[in-house]
Design a protein around this ligand. Structure first.
Ligand code: FMN
Length: 261
């Protein structure tokens, strides 16, 4: 192969002998597992429940219909509001923690699968239009409610000049800034490196696809559209979310909202 970079990238997709990396990982050295989420010192906001009959945002009938209606949607109404129950269900589907497992609660079981139960992602939400929430950037704290179908978020900052900033962060995809929310998924790589060492990165990318599919299917189940985005401006996103770009950085985005076509 002439292009060495392409060869390297192809090889990166292949499965190495994971056991060899695990023999030298921090887990095998007995080092403590990293936290499953970020510690927040700003007040938590518990979103309206999605788990009661009168508030249940799920509209879809059977599973096969859901597969038929899931489509990437890029047409959102700037003034269409998302309910708190819809946002809560979306976030719960993305990273909700059902239980801790293992010695010292080293593992979490969540609404998505993850290689070795490492779950190396965090979820930030750019809110444009959600009932009773001020616009801005929020962080979803899945550790606030473990084993409960409840969702808590915390407000981080307002985003001045929202439409332009989101458009720039998403590499010019201005339609996404019209959505009531955009989820920004970040990676905290050490959570997976602790177990899989240098072979964790391939596994994390596979994990990420599962999260994206849950976002899309849950949006579809609520009668909403969504679009996952791998195209974004790394520096602008990392800066806007106050990430160091080394131990945590942006990896995926998804707009969600009612389609207005
Ligand atoms: C990993 C991944 C990255 C994507 N990135 C973008 C993106 O940056 N911008 C965009 O408009 N669509 C993006 N899409 C959406 C695809 O273009 C879309 O899934 C494809 O056109 C098929 O349409 P469907 O999702 O309606 O089946 C992405 C989808 C995936 C799975």
């Amino acid at each position: 192969m002439e292009n060495n970079q392409i060869k390297q990238n192809r090889d990166f997709m292949k499965c190495p002998i994971l056991g060899e990396a695990m023999k030298v990982s921090d887990q095998s050295k007995g080092l403590p597992h990293p936290p499953h989420g970020k510690m927040v010192d700003t007040p938590l906001i518990t979103l309206q429940s999605f788990n009661e009959e009168h508030n249940n945002p799920i509209k879809a009938g059977d599973y096969s219909t859901l597969l038929d209606i899931r489509r990437s949607v890029r047409t959102y109404g700037k003034t269409v509001t998302m309910t708190q129950a819809q946002l809560a269900f979306l976030l719960y589907s993305t990273q909700g923690i059902q239980e801790y497992r293992g010695k010292n609660e080293a593992f979490t079981l969540r609404t998505v699968p993850s290689g070795g139960c490492r779950h190396p992602f965090e979820t930030y939400i750019a809110v444009r239009n959600v009932e009773d929430l001020q616009p801005g950037i929020y962080y979803y704290s899945p550790m606030a409610y473990v084993g409960e179908k409840k969702v808590a978020i915390t407000f981080l900052e307002t985003l001045e000049d929202y439409e332009n900033r989101i458009t720039q962060m998403l590499a010019g995809q201005s339609w996404a800034a019209n959505a009531p929310v955009v989820l920004f998924l970040t990676c905290v790589p050490y959570r997976s490196e602790w177990r899989y060492e240098k072979h964790s990165h391939r596994v994390m990318l596979i994990d990420l696809g599962h999260v994206g599919q849950n976002i899309m299917l849950s949006a579809a189940a609520m009668g909403l559209g969504s679009c996952c985005m791998a195209a974004y401006d790394q520096d602008l996103c990392d800066k806007a979310l106050n990430l160091d770009g080394v131990d945590e950085y942006m990896v995926y985005a998804a707009s969600v909202g009612m389609s207005v076509t």
